[in-house]
Design a protein around this ligand. Structure first.
Ligand code: THU
Length: 136
């Protein structure tokens, strides 16, 4: 996996964020097992609750294109698009990851730049997660 490329694509996706209400711009780049990369940005709404996070935008794009297995996601975000801190996925997005990813291996990369990033496995960010296996 080319981490720098994934980071670059997440930061690029952030530029397309539609976030007039919070001003918090987020971009994501999701690597499928096919090798295809899906970009996503947060898309806000005047009614607030229909807002979609960057991560879920990327996942829903990918799944709707037929990809269901994933290796890694990179997330970059900040107020007015300034990458001051590391933007971690919200609880709802972690749960969507749990649906399609192996918590032991799926990598979540939080990036401030191509050389400044942190990396986690899904099981670290969603311990004891509830997933499809529980219903099997
Ligand atoms: N947001 C994301 O897109 N991803 C995250 O990981 C955290 C939050 C968005 C949702 C909303 O548009 C804005 O950031 C502020 O919460």
């Amino acid at each position: 996996m080319e981490k720098k490329k994934l980071i670059r694509l997440a930061i690029q996706a952030m530029e397309r964020s539609y976030s007039p209400y919070s001003g918090f711009r987020v971009g994501a780049a999701l690597l499928g097992k096919s090798g295809q990369i899906y970009q996503g940005c947060n898309i806000e709404n005047a009614a607030y609750t229909p807002t979609n996070c960057a991560e879920r935008t990327a996942f829903f794009k990918a799944v709707s294109e037929g990809e269901r297995e994933f290796e890694a996601i990179c997330i970059a975000g900040g107020k007015d698009g300034v990458l001051t801190g590391f933007t971690a996925p919200c609880g709802v997005c972690r749960q969507v990851m749990m649906e399609f990813c192996d918590p032991e291996t799926f990598q979540i990369i939080l990036a401030r730049s191509e050389s400044d990033w942190r990396e986690y496995r899904l099981k670290e960010l969603l311990p004891e997660g509830f997933g499809p296996g529980n219903l099997a």
